[in-house]
Design a protein around this ligand. Structure first.
Ligand code: PGA
Length: 245
């Protein structure tokens, strides 16, 4: 795993943006695996700025998002598809037909998981962006999720519900279930870019980098990926004993 430790969140976002821009420039029809959450927002802002100022085009880019809350879709401001429109898609020239995410309101949830798995099989991510949960989850693959998992529905843990409550007016509104890509779908990406910021991620980042590879800390599986880069700020890197890049 390549590790880049940055001074702060802004610098983390800039380093992540540079990696993303290289992929988009080298392969204008790339498939980008994208993530929601606070962590990638700075990188998305830089992508939008770069599009506006330098004309970097996303016209032929395809995207696959990691996860979506069960029961929410574009009509809800808290859905992940709305988050992606607000934070990136509406600020770049992506063709909206090329945006892919699980349908949180699918009537047949099992069929929706199967549809998404077939889709992922047909379009390998050139890069997959990830955040990391304070409990070491990647996407909504909570501790204990099998490494062989594909898209499925999860019951969110209390710690994840508490972490995500800040996005909702009332913590009781946080959905209790989500669709998520499985660990195997994530590991299938050609390149992985995992971002972490803040001291609340330090323990999970230590497990990601140097803990045993174990389903108890899903992010640790990334130690087995041939092309994974961690970009994290000093606060998130506080427990690492690694030499800095
Ligand atoms: P965050 O979430 O970026 O909002 O911290 C990361 C995650 O839970 O994967």
């Amino acid at each position: 795993m390549k590790i880049l430790i940055t001074k702060d969140y802004e610098d983390m976002s800039m380093q992540a943006f540079k990696i993303m821009k290289k992929v988009v420039t080298e392969r204008p029809c790339a498939t980008l695996g994208l993530a929601t959450g606070s962590t990638p927002v700075g990188m998305y802002r830089l992508m939008a700025k770069d599009h506006a100022e330098n004309g970097t085009s996303y016209k032929k880019i395809k995207t696959v998002n990691l996860d979506e809350y069960v029961g929410l879709d574009r009509s809800s401001g808290q859905s992940y598809i709305s988050f992606m429109h607000d934070n990136l898609f509406d600020s770049i020239d992506i063709d909206h037909d090329n945006i892919n995410i699980e349908n949180g309101k699918a009537a047949d949830r099992k069929a929706e998981c199967e549809r998404y798995n077939r889709l992922l099989e047909s379009m390998q991510q050139d890069i997959q962006v990830l955040g990391i949960g304070s409990n070491g989850h990647i996407a909504f693959n909570e501790p204990g999720t099998p490494f062989g998992s594909v898209t499925h529905i999860v019951d969110l843990t209390e710690s994840t519900i508490a972490d995500n409550a800040r996005f909702f007016n009332d913590p009781r509104e946080v959905p209790k279930q989500a669709f998520t890509m499985g660990v195997k779908n994530i590991m299938n990406a050609k390149k992985i870019l995992i971002l972490a910021s803040g001291s609340n991620k330090a323990k999970a980042v230590k497990g990601l980098v140097s803990g045993p590879v174990s389903e108890d800390l899903p992010a640790s599986v990334l130690q087995l990926h041939p092309d994974c880069t961690l970009v994290c700020d000093e606060a998130a890197a506080a427990l690492l004993e690694q030499v800095r890049d």
